[in-house]
Design a protein around this ligand. Sequence first.
Ligand code: OAD
Length: 236
Amino acid sequence: MQRELQNIVILTGAGVSAESGVATFRGPDGLWEGHRVEDVATPEAFARDPDLVQNFYDERRAKLKTVNPNAAHLALAKLDEQWPSDLLLVTQNVDDLHDRAGSKSLVHMHGELNSAWCLACDGRFPFNGTMASGPTCPQCDTPGQLRPDIVWFGEMPYEMERIELALSQCDLFVSIGTSGAVYPAAGFVQTARHYGAQTLEMNLDPSEGSFHFHESRMGKAGDLVPEWVKEILRDV
Ligand code: OAD
């Protein structure tokens, strides 16, 4: 018997921001803005060629100022505001479009472009400038020690305990705009199912783990997400 729908966990990936003009990671050419993911999103790449990596993220950070939340981000923020039980939005995206749309119960599990991490003092703070020029840390005054506060391959995603707890307590798990290629996020559907949740995927095409979901809806997030939010808020 299906249990009453109360707690919801939503996972988003690059597809939710695609209609805002933010490039997805695995485009048709397999490249992320012209680079192999391993060349810009690993600690090894940063150690080998810090300028390349800093310039890459500086460009992505600057691009954020030119894009806006789309209908999917706005619908999820409305759901966050109006849903009467627990809701946690977990995003793999390092853009700030869910934040700007107004989502409050939000975890950036792969970090944020608009955050800096100082390797000298270990401090993390909001940052929207450029790092390639080697700015000074506002907390410890050390120059040239800032790196993007982004979780690279081989590093531990943020807030995993909070996410695992929410997954174990949710009645519905929804995955939006992610290829399901990167763990641990790709395994959230199995964790949620293990604890008895219903599971729904919304994506342009079937993700790698599509067969794990009870229901799959194929199409653009900007169309599917507002429709789904309307549907589940109807009875609230
Ligand atoms: P991907 O680029 O791997 O996948 C994006 C998914 O969104 C694909 O399945 C597309 O079909 C789908 N998509 C594209 N446009 C869409 C639209 N308008 N509406 C709905 N779906 C659409 O991105 P992620 O799955 O987010 O990690 O990638 C996961 C992680 O890999 C990223 O967080 C990043 C990357 O390496 C790190 O940087 C650590």
